[in-house]
Design a protein around this ligand. Structure first.
Ligand code: ACO
Length: 329
């Protein structure tokens, strides 16, 4: 069997909508308070699409930055994966719109739906394509524009989510660097913990589904919370073992940004210092698939993530899905 080609992230980029909603703004929309939101979630504000912004538009902006930093042209991209649950429209994929906007005429393009774990699922796929030699450069975008599918009358969910995009360009790296191991998981028996009842092929849009608010996210927050704290720790430990490392060897952790209490719990169980854990949830809320690439991009810009660091990436989301990866930066 031929040896795997080592694959890793060559460059990152991000794009965030200009519109911002603070917790104080939300106090005027639903029965909530800044204190409740900060204490129970760690979120202070989130970005919201306005005007002609779109999932494919934000993705393209993030991708252009990542490509430029990688020193590549769009023609050098073999595959575009857009991890999202909120493409511009159901057909065609957001990835094809991005492919067109970038002029990436040598790339295949598809969307990947795995809830908030979408970025890590995409990383897992991209790395294996590069490992096998089937692709040389893959553009992976994590984008979610949740504001149109959040029920702004439901205080249990509307305070949590935000819009944004993060892009990475993956390619060959030197031996011992890049993505050392990754593993994805799912449990569809928990599908009803986080879902949108209508708008799919079993309950297409009708007056009744619209009046019943069936096109918005429904979530059982406490059950997702319990699930998240367990799988975050277990999956990072499992993937560390696959890579031949231990949690104590991690320099940094880039966790999904869904709730600061979930992150703090995982950080404590993994015996990591708070300064080793990348956090930006206070600024953006839960951006679903965009959370990890955006927090990575900011860590690089802030000089927190340096060449040679061992970093763990871990996420969970609708499906339910979850997964982790270990990267030697
Ligand atoms: N403001 C004020 N009070 C609120 C709000 C709010 N925004 N939301 C809920 N409450 C109230 C509830 O009504 C409840 O009141 P009651 O006791 O009178 O019934 C009380 O606060 C406690 O509610 P809980 O739901 O038990 O609160 P909890 O501490 O569990 O926090 C939260 C709720 C923040 C949703 C938490 O459960 C959570 O973060 N869960 C995980 C969610 C998550 O990670 N989702 C993303 C998955 S990823 C993806 O794919 C999108």
């Amino acid at each position: 069997m031929s040896k795997n080609i080592p694959a890793g992230i060559l460059a990152t980029g991000k794009a965030l909508p200009v519109g911002k909603i603070t917790n104080y703004d939300l106090e005027n929309i639903v029965d909530t308070s800044n204190d409740w939101i900060v204490e129970r979630t760690g979120i202070r504000e989130r970005r919201i699409m306005t005007g002609d912004e779109s999932a494919s538009g934000l993705s393209t902006r993030a991708a252009v930055i990542a490509l430029e930093r990688a020193g590549l042209t769009s023609a050098e991209i073999d595959m575009i994966i857009v991890a999202t649950v909120t493409p511009d429209q159901t057909l065609p994929s957001a990835a094809c719109l991005v492919q067109d906007k970038l002029g990436a005429f040598n790339a295949s393009a598809f969307d990947l739906v795995a809830g908030c774990t979408g970025f890590l699922y995409g990383l897992d796929v991209a790395v294996r394509y590069i490992n096998s030699g089937a692709a040389r450069h893959v553009l992976l975008v994590g984008v979610d524009t949740l504001s149109p599918i959040v029920d702004w009358q439901d205080r249990n969910t509307c305070v949590l989510f935000g819009d944004g995009a993060g892009a990475v360009v993956l390619g060959r790296v030197e031996e011992g660097r890049g993505v050392l191991a990754s593993k994805m998981y799912s449990d569809g028996s928990k599908a009803n913990l986080l879902y949108i009842p209508a708008g799919g092929s079993t309950r297409p849009a009708t007056h009744k589904t619209v009046e019943g608010r069936g096109h918005f996210i429904k979530m059982n927050g406490p059950e997702v919370f319990k699930f998240a704290v367990t799988v975050m720790v277990d999956s990072i430990n499992e993937v560390l073992a696959l890579a031949g490392h231990k949690a104590t060897e991690l320099d940094l952790l880039a966790p999904h940004q869904a709730n600061l209490r979930i992150i703090n719990f995982a950080c404590k169980r993994l015996k990591m210092k708070p300064e080793q854990v990348l956090i930006n949830i206070h600024r953006y809320g839960n951006m679903s698939s965009a959370a990890i690439p955006v927090v990575l991009d900011e860590a690089i810009e802030e000089g927190k993530l340096k060449a040679g660091d061992l970093i763990g990436l871990v996420s969970f989301g609708a499906g339910l899905t979850w997964g982790a990866a270990v990267v030697r930066w």
